[in-house]
Design a protein. Structure first.
Length: 529
């Protein structure tokens, strides 16, 4: 199976396995997701073609190199080729060409000393496991109850396994949250200590099955986990191509608790669990719209967003975006005004899912047209309002914040249309909103008045532009995340990248398994010199 080995960058030492087209980037929809500011949202793709694998640049800002040579067309890969994605180097390896048909299941071997009776008993236990999991589909269970029943069934089927945990992808952020756990003989485990291996399994088509002491040691060392002394497995839960979470199993001491021949059964159980959990985790809130069409719409929508922040001398700019549903209504862009100054725009379209996404697409096109003929933040808002007032459905509107930067002086020009003011983190660690005289949202009035405010961003200071999916995110108890928590996360951030990471981490811990309630867009701007 083809693999990518990460040689440099934030994931150095990791590897990704795949058997079909994969996208590499730092956006939420990338199959191989690497958080590095030099990597575009959709940077490159690897795809099978005529028995070989090709790498292609997807219009990235920093290009793709193969063996240190920049490519301008899809390039065929050979074993050992080094692929440069921004400042990250990947090494391609393939032991065989792309499979045209699924690999046949490995037959269950006889266990020396145990004879055919044990093999038959194990086969029966696997059959019983799938029967037990299948029966859960006929019951009305919420996600935690379903997880508890499924993990208990797994321990019954695998009598030498001591611990079984189920993780789900966090609604906010890029981590995993525990959904359920089952332990044999009252044993216990800290899910946070095992989550790194579960998260690592999402990079592999068939997950991880560690039955060799050396493999376990190398992996746990790389993931900075406590040592594992028995067999362990982490298998991704995938539903219709989307990773919902991961199944984790291990034995505390028994290296024979799991064997290589168990992989197919574990993958099958994980896939069945994903089918069972999908309705409980994400009910169909978009009516009868076909899920595959929505997934395609999401990929198309992502292309409307900028590939990467602009390279602005003396500044670091980091962006982050996550839709609450399959497709979203937030929008942001980096634009050059008619006078050549750089403008950053963040917007939130009223309405969710399809309606919000359609207006978002229209807004993006109108925004780029208007930027080329305007020289001021207020002019941009006036121009957009004239277009949107005539087009938006009654009751719909767009909030927007426009930030224009003069790089040499650090001067900022701000204008808002019903959008929250940005937050500034001063060099002494204090955080406060920047004053902005906001006007009404776009599309709400025929002749609104917008006013610009001027500020200065000093060297070392950091600015955060955001949508209300940040401060209005809520915990399972209904408590809002709030600006105090936002300020706390920003106060200690050393860089724009750290600020985004701190906010996403704090937000993920706060909301737990609560579904993301609104789209989330974050732009962090730091003046370096």
């Amino acid at each position: 199976m083809p693999e990518l080995f990460v040689e440099t960058g934030p994931l150095a030492g990791a590897n990704f396995s795949f058997d079909c087209l994969v996208t590499i980037g730092r956006g939420d929809l990338a199959d191989v997701r690497i958080d590095d500011v030099t990597i575009s949202r959709r940077h490159a793709e690897l795809r099978p073609e005529l028995g070989a694998w090709l790498v292609a640049d997807l219009g990235s800002a920093n290009g793709v190199l193969v063996n240190d040579v920049r490519i301008d067309a899809p390039r065929r890969l050979a074993n050992g080729d080094r692929i440069g994605i921004g400042q990250v180097v990947l090494r391609f390896g393939s032991s065989r060409p792309p499979a045209a048909t699924p690999t046949p299941a490995t037959p269950l071997p006889a266990v020396p000393g145990d004879g055919a009776a044990r093999v038959f008993q194990e086969l029966l236990s696997r059959v019983r496991l799938f029967c037990d999991l299948g029966e859960l589909g006929g019951e009305s269970l919420d996600a935690p109850a379903l997880a508890a029943r499924a993990l208990a069934a797994l321990l019954r089927a695998l009598p030498r396994v001591d611990r079984a945990l189920l993780f789900v992808v966090a609604p906010v952020g890029h981590g995993l949250n525990p959904l359920g756990a089952a332990f044999r003989d009252q044993r216990d485990a800290d899910p946070a200590a095992l989550a790194p291996m579960a998260l690592e399994s999402l990079r592999h088509t068939s997950g991880l099955l560690l039955v060799d002491a050396r493999e376990r040691r190398l992996l746990t060392d790389r993931l900075r986990m406590a040592p594992l002394y028995g067999a362990a497995a982490a298998i991704p839960l995938r539903h219709q191509g989307e990773a919902l979470g991961a199944l984790y199993l291990d034995s505390l001491k028994d290296e024979q608790a799991l064997r290589a021949s168990d992989r197919e059964a574990l993958v099958g159980a994980a896939n069945l669990l994903a089918c069972l959990l999908a309705p409980a985790r994400e009910p169909d809130r978009d009516g009868e719209t076909d899920r595959n069409d929505l997934a395609l719409a999401r990929r198309i929508q992502q292309r409307f967003l900028p590939q990467a922040p602009p390279a602005l001398s003396g500044y670091a700019i980091v962006d982050d975006y996550a839709a609450a549903r399959v497709i979203g209504g937030d929008h942001y862009d980096f634009l050059a005004l008619a006078d050549g100054r750089q403008a950053l725009v963040v917007a939130d379209v009223s309405g969710k899912a399809v309606s919000g996404a359609l207006y978002m697409a229209r807004l993006g096109a109108a925004l780029r047209q208007a930027a080329g003929r305007t020289r001021r933040a207020t002019e941009l808002l006036d121009d957009l309002n004239r277009s949107l007032y005539a087009e938006l459905e009654a009751g719909m509107f767009v909030t927007m914040l426009v930030l224009v930067i003069e790089p040499r002086s650090g001067a900022l020009e701000l204008a808002a249309a019903g959008h929250p003011a940005p937050l500034v983190r001063r060099t002494d660690g204090t955080v406060a909103p920047l004053a902005v005289d906001g006007g009404p949202p776009l599309g709400a009035m025929s002749e609104p008045t917008y006013t610009a405010n001027r500020h200065t961003l000093e060297p070392g200071e950091l600015l955060l532009l955001y949508t209300d999916g940040l401060d209005e995110a809520h915990s399972p108890a209904g408590e809002l995340f709030g600006l105090d928590r936002v300020s706390g996360a920003l106060a200690g951030a050393a860089s724009a990248q750290d600020a985004i990471a701190a906010l996403r981490g704090a937000l993920a811990a706060f909301v737990g398994n609560e579904p993301q309630s609104d789209d989330l867009t974050l732009l962090a701007v730091q003046r370096l010199t």
